[in-house]
Structures are given as structure tokens and as C-alpha cells.
Write a protein that binds this ligand. Structure first.
Ligand code: PHE
Length: 459
């Protein structure tokens, strides 16, 4: 484990497998199980999914490789990394933007994670044993509106995240993700089998996979792009920070493709569990953020072992959300520890407190009937603004800057040297393809989506 004085706090993940699972632990989270299904439902199904997959391929994977490069080459937090690669320039601002995005995401993510923990608890005490479609909706409504229960669970979530982060991430997270990710996978497949055997399941699959471009709007395209960033934890330095913990012999192309593929599979499996249920029970696919919480208890109701499976499902979703949050707060922590020379515990505690205090605003504005639900600015409340600004603005802009940095500022030779692990990997063809994509395709696509979103051009 190479340590210099500047990187004294840094460890390296122990193996290629650990790198894979830790990175997947960041990518897989509420994005797959909560956000992906409800956005796909809101924006019309198949066509949205199609655009999302294109974003993963031409924007997500290249940017992930770019972040891995910056992180592993410098072994620094996002701000320090840009300072090292491009001293005395403004590039470090992109690192700061990542820190800001991390806060914004945590404000609402910790709120939703709180609902998930709460559902786990409710499943554990048997609250869902006689659930019906009508009560599923009402149940979710009362959980969100609270106000005390959701705040309590949000603080609880933040305490768990802080406790793990203070202990140091690698060992705990490595072990947790390595054992539990495969179990989560298995459970989603059980949900899928159950959902697919419901009457009328075909309609749900049709909704998810039938591509109807007439449903696409420019907001949908920007949302699909934002989701790709959010899903793969890109554009804010998370993958950069994790890359700084990678071993020098890791194949960065391989890790990026494996993580993106596995993450996408988890999202699809979640969609396959949810949409057949939605149609079978006659719910609205565009029900919004409550979709997961209203459908999953129904999937398992009246099924042998259903109550145990429900507990397991929400337990694992809690784990997935927790490992993702750890990677978000790690960005902020690494910044404070390395750039502000703060001790790790202090950095974690102070930042968790900040997130808890501002996060209250998200929790109290999550529904229009919430305490602050009526407080809107330009049509959105706090919860929606935190989500919109991070996913649809900061992450894609951060991603564009990363693509420009890699494709137009970094020397091609340096890039090739690091990505081929100093010439030990034969990557000629894939490197050229990657370089072309990140230099031209990714930035042009991003710019077109932005111009389209603000109405300057019409696609
Ligand atoms: N990728 C995580 C998810 O899908 C969320 C996340 C976003 C994590 C940004 C880190 C950084 O839930």
C-alpha cells in the first residue's frame, strides 16, 4: 500500500473483486430501485429506457473511465486532483461543484433512505400483512407526510452512514457489499418471478419495453441523461474518489463496463418487478416517487413466505442505499480531510450535521401535503429542487467538464499510459474508440441535450 504524506489517509481496495463490489456498491442504490422505475413510469416507458441506455453507453461509461483516470493517477480528492493535474487553473472549480452536488443529493437521498428504513421496520413488525391497493397508497402518504417518523428515520440513516464512515470505509464496505450485493440480486429476481406470474403482467412488460418515440419530450431526454449520471454516481467526483483507492493493476475499462452493465441489469430487474405489478393492480405507472413503496408490499402480499421476503427486500434496499450514501459523503469527507486538513471524525460529524439540518427541508417538502409542501419556488419545493439541481444540472455539467478535461486538456499519451497500466494491457483499439467518444461524441451529445432542454434547439 503506497502511502505518501499527502495521501496518508488513503488506503487501496484490496483486490480487483473488492474494487468491483465497492464501485458497484456506490452505483447500485435508490437510483435503481426507486428512481429508475418511477421516472420510467412518468416519462412513458420504453422510449425513455432507450434514451437512458444510449446515455449510459455514450456518456456514462466514457465519463466513468475519465473519473477513474483522474482519481487513480492523482490519488487525491476531486479538488486536490485537479490542482495536481492542472495547477493554477480554474479546473478545481469542477471539484468544488462535486462537493456541492454531494450535499444536494444527500439532502433528499437521506430522506428517501429514511422511508426505506422505515418500511423495513414496518415489514419487520408485520405492518403489511393485510395490505391492499387502497391501503398501500394511504400508508405511503402517511409515512411521507409524517412529520416526526420520516425525520426520525432520516436522522437514523445519517447516523448509520456517519458511524460507518468514521470507522473507515474500505474494510466494512468491502465486506458488506461483497456479501449482500449478490443476495439483493437474487431477491429482485424472486420479485420478478412473482410479478411476472400476476394476471395482466404482459401489459407491464409492454409498457417498459415498447419504444414509442412520440412520448419523448425534451424534459424526458434531460431526465434520462440526469438519471444516467445519478445512477452511475458520475459528474461529482464519487467515481474519481473511488478511483483514487483502486489498485494500480486494475483494468479501468473492464471495471467501468462491468459496473455499468451490472448496474443496468439491476435497474431493469427492478423495472420488471414493478411494472407488471402496477398494471396488474390497476395502478398508475406515473404515480411518482411513491411507486416502489406502493407496489413492492403488494407484490409480496398473499404469497407464501411473502412477509419474510418483504423484510429481506427492504433490508437489502436499505443496504444498497447506505453503500451509495457512503460514497457520496466520502467525497465531502475526503475534501475536508485533505484540502482543509480536518480530522476524519470531525469532518464526518460536521458534514452529517449540516446534511441533517438542511435535509429537514427536503423531508418536510416531499409531498404537497407535507408541512412545507405548499412552499414552492418556480413550481418546485425544496425536495424537488435538490433533486433537479443535482441530477439535471450539476452532474451533467460536471460530466461535460470532465469529458472536456479528458478529451482536450489531458495529454493523450498520459491518458493511454495510465489506462493501459503503463503499457501492460493491450488496449489499442478500445483506447482509440474511447478517446474519440470522450473527445467528440460525449461533449456534443451533452451540449445538444442542454440546448434542447433550455429550448434553444428542438430535437
Ligand atoms: N448511484 C447512486 C444510486 O443510484 C446514487 C449516487 C449518486 C451515488 C451520486 C453517488 C453519487 O442510488
Amino acid at each position: 500500500m503506497a502511502k505518501s504524506d499527502k495521501t496518508a489517509v488513503r488506503e487501496t481496495f484490496s483486490s480487483g473483486l473488492a474494487v468491483f463490489f465497492a464501485t458497484l456498491g456506490s452505483a447500485v442504490g435508490l437510483g435503481n430501485i426507486w428512481k429508475f422505475p418511477y421516472l420510467t413510469g412518468e416519462y412513458g416507458g420504453g422510449a425513455f429506457l432507450f434514451i437512458y441506455l444510449l446515455c449510459i453507453l455514450f456518456v456514462g461509461i466514457p465519463i466513468m473511465i475519465g473519473e477513474f483516470y483522474i482519481g487513480r493517477k492523482t490519488r487525491q480528492n476531486p479538488v486536490g486532483a485537479y490542482k495536481q493535474l492542472s495547477p493554477d487553473s480554474y479546473w478545481k472549480i469542477n471539484g468544488f461543484m462535486g462537493v456541492i452536488a454531494a450535499y444536494l443529493i444527500m439532502f433528499f437521498y437521506s430522506c428517501v433512505a429514511g422511508w426505506v428504513y422505515f418500511y423495513f421496520f414496518k415489514a419487520l413488525i408485520g405492518d403489511f400483512s393485510s395490505i391492499t391497493m387502497a391501503t398501500a397508497k394511504a400508508e405511503f402518504g402517511s409515512v411521507v407526510i409524517g412529520p416526526f417518523a420520516p425525520l426520525f428515520w432520516q436522522f437514523f440513516v445519517l447516523t448509520v452512514v456517519a458511524a460507518i464512515l468514521i470507522k473507515g470505509v474500505e474494510k466494512g464496505i468491502e465486506r458488506i457489499t461483497k456479501t449482500l450485493m449478490p443476495v439483493l440480486f437474487l431477491l429482485i429476481i424472486i420479485c420478478d418471478i412473482r410479478a411476472l406470474t400476476l394476471p395482466g403482467a404482459g401489459e407491464g412488460l409492454n409498457f417498459l419495453f415498447h419504444v414509442d418515440f412520440s412520448k419523448l419530450t425534451s424534459v424526458a431526454i434531460l431526465t434520462a441523461l440526469g438519471l444516467a449520471f445519478f445512477k452511475l454516481s458520475l459528474g461529482m467526483g464519487t467515481m474519481l474518489t473511488y478511483g483514487s483507492y483502486f489498485t494500480k493493476d486494475n483494468n479501468l475499462f473492464g471495471t467501468a463496463s462491468k459496473v455499468a452493465l451490472s448496474d443496468t441489469i439491476v435497474s431493469m430487474l427492478a423495472g420488471i418487478a414493478i411494472f407488471p405489478t402496477v398494471f396488474s393492480f390497476g395502478m398508475e405507472p406515473s404515480a411518482g416517487p411513491g411507486l416502489l413503496f406502493m407496489t413492492i408490499p403488494l407484490v409480496f402480499s398473499q404469497m407464501p413466505l411473502g412477509s419474510i421476503l418483504l423484510v429481506a427486500f427492504f433490508f437489502l434496499t436499505s443496504i444498497a442505499a447506505t453503500t451509495a450514501m457512503i460514497s457520496i459523503v466520502e467525497v465531502v469527507t475526503a475534501y475536508f480531510v485533505e484540502e482543509r486538513k480536518m480530522n476524519r471524525t470531525k469532518a464526518v460529524v460536521i458534514n452529517s450535521l449540516v446534511i441533517a439540518v438542511v435535509g429537514v427541508l427536503a423531508t418536510l417538502s416531499a409531498d404537497k401535503d407535507s408541512l412545507l409542501g405548499g412552499m414552492t419556488f418556480f413550481g418546485k419545493g425544496f425536495f424537488d429542487w435538490f433533486d433537479y439541481l443535482s441530477s439535471n444540472v450539476l452532474l451533467p455539467v460536471g460530466g461535460l467538464l470532465i469529458a472536456l478535461f479528458i478529451g482536450h486538456v489531458t495529454k493523450k499519451q498520459d491518458l493511454k499510459e495510465e489506462l493501459s497500466n503503463q503499457g501492460t494491457l493491450a488496449i489499442d483499439f478500445i483506447f482509440e474508440a474511447f478517446y474519440f467518444i470522450i473527445r467528440y461524441v460525449t461533449p456534443i451529445l451533452l451540449i445538444i441535450v442542454f440546448l434542447n432542454a433550455i429550448g434553444i434547439i428542438k430535437v
